[in-house]
Design a binder for this molecule. Structure first.
Ligand SMILES: [Zn+2]
Length: 257
């Protein structure tokens, strides 16, 4: 499942992601998942990146996309200047399959000073199709010159059980949006009016995916429209919209035929 950091959802959708991000979280698994989703958003050729359905998304999610390259230090060692130099050389070879090349640098804080300086060059002068995702639990260990050239995004981690709960609730809401009776949807929305903004954003984003998975049946145009609405509302929440207003907008939109 591609779970994009909510802060990047709107820019992913509009194809305006920056070329360098510093993703931070304590949990390496959470970081890796966020990086794969962001990489998918960059290489996606579907309608609403990351669509999760095009071949680029699917390969990026599995970590097998030829234009998504991961660089990591050997266990117990630094990321060396040689590794960064070969990344730099590779960056000048055009993408294999898509329009972008994405470099994921795991444990970026382990770049030694020479490696960081070499990396700085590729950050500044790399080809326009190249994008860089630096992952680090301790971003302060990176040179300020690197940090200032990346947008920093704190990725919030969620435990597996919470994930399963979120997926269940998203599936339920998707069913209500596509097939449900209107009064049940309204009562759902009313119950969630006082949710925390970030919880509501996570639920709407997850529901968008559930709605798209639901698309096989007769609801196709409606599912596509609802997915778009959910994406817009998630963006509004991330832009500090009132949670109650967003739920109100959702059931109003779902009521349109
Ligand atoms: Zn896609």
């Amino acid at each position: 499942m591609l779970t994009l950091p909510p802060a990047l959802a709107e820019r992913a959708r509009t194809g305006t992601l920056a070329h360098a991000y510093l993703l931070t979280a304590e949990d390496p698994v959470v970081l890796r998942d966020a990086a794969r989703a962001t990489a998918a958003a960059l290489v996606c050729q579907g309608e609403t990146p990351p669509c999760g359905e095009c071949k680029h998304c699917r390969k990026a999610e599995k970590g097998v996309h030829p234009d998504v390259i991961t660089v990591a230090p050997e266990p117990g060692k630094d990321l060396t200047v040689e590794q960064i130099r070969s990344l730099r050389q590779d960056a000048y070879i055009r993408p294999n399959e898509g329009k972008r090349k994405v470099y994921i640098v795991e444990n970026a804080q382990k770049m030694n000073p020479n490696a960081q300086n070499a990396f700085l060059k590729v950050l500044e002068d790399g080809p326009a199709y190249a994008a860089f995702l630096l992952l680090s639990p301790t971003p302060a260990a990176l040179l300020p010159t690197i940090r200032s050239r990346c947008e920093t995004v704190a990725v919030s981690g969620r435990a597996g059980t919470e994930d399963a709960d979120l997926a269940r609730r998203a599936g339920e809401l998707a069913g209500l949006l596509l097939d449900g009776e209107r009064w049940r949807l309204i009562s759902w929305c009313t119950e969630h009016e006082k949710d925390k903004r970030e919880d509501a954003a996570a639920l709407l984003e997850e529901t968008r995916r559930a709605v798209l998975r639901y698309r096989d049946g007769k609801n196709t145009p409606r599912a596509v429209r609802m997915a778009r609405t959910l994406q817009e509302l998630t963006a509004r929440l991330n832009g500090n919209a009132n949670v109650g207003c967003v739920w109100g907008a959702l059931w109003a939109e779902a009521g349109e035929t």
